[in-house]
Design a protein around this ligand. Sequence first.
Ligand SMILES: [Zn+2]
Ligand SMILES: [Zn+2]
Length: 78
Amino acid sequence: MVCTSVTLPGGQRAIVCGPRGPVRKCACGARAQLQCDWKVDGGTCDAWIYEACTTMPAAGKDICPTHKPALQAWLAAR
Ligand SMILES: [Zn+2]
Ligand SMILES: [Zn+2]
């Protein structure tokens, strides 16, 4: 469950817990902590990536296994 703190009308604070959001799982099924930073139309891929499955072209950047070939092609073309 995911719990968030909300402010009620009148200023009281309450903790609201709900079902988990989108499942944070890597394509391999492992629990993921990272998100793909590969640029796609309208933003970034945002696929969840397990830390052992990421490719880091630069500090703070992560590329999912799906986009790794595209990254390598891009690096090779530079
Ligand atoms: Zn994985
Ligand atoms: Zn991706």
